[in-house]
Design a binder for this molecule. Structure first.
Ligand SMILES: [Zn+2]
Length: 331
């Protein structure tokens, strides 16, 4: 059983050491360190120190392009898009999104720089976190719009489909975006592999797993991918534990078909009062689906990221740790 936890919000080594010991003590085998654009600019060596310390203590280390370009998941902001506004995604209302375009060659080059720096920290695994195009219903999104329809995307669409990009988010536009994200990831994953890192991909869960047209087999087929999974945050999605079960089964099935390790993330944040027992039940659902790599977002139940702080952070974190200790004994 591999158990992991994300870690962010602190770059003070002596405090982080105590926290890594707490992770080891509850059975964690790996830690996911975030490596945002802020870190890339101001804390490169400090993050490398965190990675080295975590490895010395015996944790496998994953590194996450947290919020980079706002193409990857996470609260961290992008600066690259401000410095290079020509790389921003264009939205159907004629205004740019606060997110870079994964098709833009300059952003691609920046992601290679990020990968160089991430590999240089000494991390074992590159954790490709929720790569996505502009989401109209996510932070900074504008309802009833869609993207990206920048000049680069329009040209790429025409090459792919032999006709101009429509002015509506048709099924073909959705297919286009998925194919582009897969191309983008394929380039980065091959590059990360060249740099000597293993690669883990976490895709956003299907909102409606029964009706989706997205086929995760296409993601799982990316060469040099080692671990594949998703983060079915059922409380955030306002779903029940069936959401976790269905996604865990799908991840396991896709991973088995492609010889990958299956990973599923546990929602360890914004846990409403009284629903803490579901943290243990969600983990049990993952294990029942055959998943043997479980990670939680994030350390201390995200008490310090107060917009997603659980109603009872101490109880949520204690429940997570107790559950992890129990799972660790499964071997
Ligand atoms: Zn674009």
């Amino acid at each position: 059983m591999k158990l992991g936890c994300s870690y962010f919000g602190n770059r003070i080594l002596r405090h982080a050491r105590e926290d890594m010991r707490e992770l080891l003590e509850c059975g964690c085998t790996f830690v996911v360190h975030t490596f945002s654009e802020n870190d890339l600019t101001f804390c490169r060596d400090a993050v490398a120190d965190l990675v080295a310390m975590s490895r010395e203590l015996g944790l496998e280390t994953h590194i996450d392009p947290w919020g980079v370009g706002k193409v990857f998941g996470g609260e961290a902001f992008t600066n690259f898009g401000l410095l290079h506004p020509e790389t921003l995604q264009m939205v159907s209302d004629g205004r740019p999104a606060a997110a870079c375009c994964p098709n833009h060659p300059q952003f691609r080059a920046f992601m290679r720089e990020w990968t160089d720096a991430a590999a240089a920290t000494g991390a074992d695994v590159l954790f490709w976190d929720e790569p996505h195009f502009y989401l109209p219903h996510w932070m900074g999104g504008r309802p009833n719009t869609w993207g990206c329809c920048c000049a680069v995307c329009r040209q790429r669409f025409e090459e792919m489909f032999g006709k101009p990009m429509p002015d509506q988010p048709t099924e073909e536009v959705e297919q286009f975006k998925e194919r582009c994200i897969i191309e983008f990831l394929s380039e980065l994953i091959a590059y990360g592999h060249e740099k000597g890192c293993r690669n883990c991909l976490c895709v956003l869960p299907h909102g409606d797993i029964e009706k989706t047209t997205s086929d995760w087999n296409r993601f799982a087929a990316i060469p040099h991918l080692d671990i594949f999974g998703t983060d079915p945050y059922w409380l955030a999605a306002n779903k029940d534990l069936g959401y976790v079960e269905a996604h865990s089964r799908l991840v396991k099935q896709v991973c088995d078909a492609h010889g990958l390790e299956a990973q599923v993330w546990l929602q360890g944040f914004r846990v409403p009062a009284g629903r803490e027992p579901e943290l243990a039940q969600a983990c049990d659902a993952m294990v029942a689906a055959g998943v043997r790599n479980i990670a939680v977002w994030g350390f201390d139940a995200c008490n310090h990221l107060s917009w997603i702080r659980p109603a009872n952070p101490a109880l949520a974190w204690q429940t997570i740790k107790d559950t992890f200790r129990r799972l660790a004994r499964l071997g």
